[in-house]
Design a protein around this ligand. Structure first.
Ligand code: PRP
Length: 211
């Protein structure tokens, strides 16, 4: 049909993870060298390779894909479980590996007579986790530097991402409980998957070979 955009529109998370993921796409036959140039540009196209890339905030990638602005994208499992977007999850890229965990100051003991104060960037994940335990909580929704909340007495515990464990260690916190493992996932818009099936399946199979 005339006018259909045959390029694959791909939402990549800005930052170290996105750069790592992009090199996988490039190696799989979808290069766009301008993407790695140090500029403030956010949209890059290589029509020969059939791709148009966007750099987006990691927490926004699934929104672009769910709404079809991007046909495919890359998002952490943490974002997918927090936002619950209506997308297809196509491939575990086995990178960006970390975990969601509950952490607290060393020696923490839960006082079950009152709600547990939980600071987090992931309120839905935290709510679901504690609901599954039947534990009443008071969510304190923060946007970053979560580790200082229990140190300053704003919360009892945090629900946050642990990668190397350095941030916890340097702030005298420790993991109380692991919630789930995290890695980057290749995701697709549901309508795009229908209309660009062959392009998307080819990309998935090339990326799987590279894995
Ligand atoms: C993430 C996460 C932890 C830290 C974990 O924070 O929220 O603070 O990384 O990594 P580590 O175990 O290797 O120390 P991020 O860098 O995204 O910053 P922010 O949440 O404070 O914005």
């Amino acid at each position: 049909m005339a006018g259909i955009d045959r390029l694959l529109n791909i939402a990549l998370p800005k930052g170290r993870l996105g750069e790592k993921v992009y090199s996988r796409f490039a190696a799989a036959g979808y290069p766009c060298p301008a993407l790695m140039e140090n500029s403030r540009k956010l949209i890059f196209e290589n029509s020969d390779a059939g791709v148009r890339y966007f750099w987006v905030k990691p927490a926004d990638a699934a929104i672009y894909v769910e709404r079809g602005t991007a046909d495919i994208g890359v998002a952490g499992k943490d974002i997918l479980l927090e936002q619950g977007p209506e997308i297809y999850e196509l491939l575990d890229l086995n990178t960006g590996i970390c975990r969601m965990a509950v952490a607290a100051p060393k020696g923490f003991r839960d006082d079950t007579r009152r709600p547990l104060r939980v600071a987090t960037k992931f309120p839905h994940i935290a709510e679901r986790y504690y609901a599954s335990l039947g534990r009443e909580i008071d969510i304190i929704h923060l946007n970053g530097s979560i580790e200082i909340a229990p140190i300053l007495g704003l919360s009892d515990v945090i629900v946050d991402i642990v990668e190397t464990g350095t941030t916890l260690r340097e702030n005298d916190l420790e993991v109380v409980e692991d919630i789930f493992p995290i890695s980057a996932r290749l995701i697709a818009n549901k309508a795009s998957f229908k209309f660009k099936t062959s392009e998307i399946e080819k990309l998935v199979s090339k990326l799987s070979e590279e894995a």
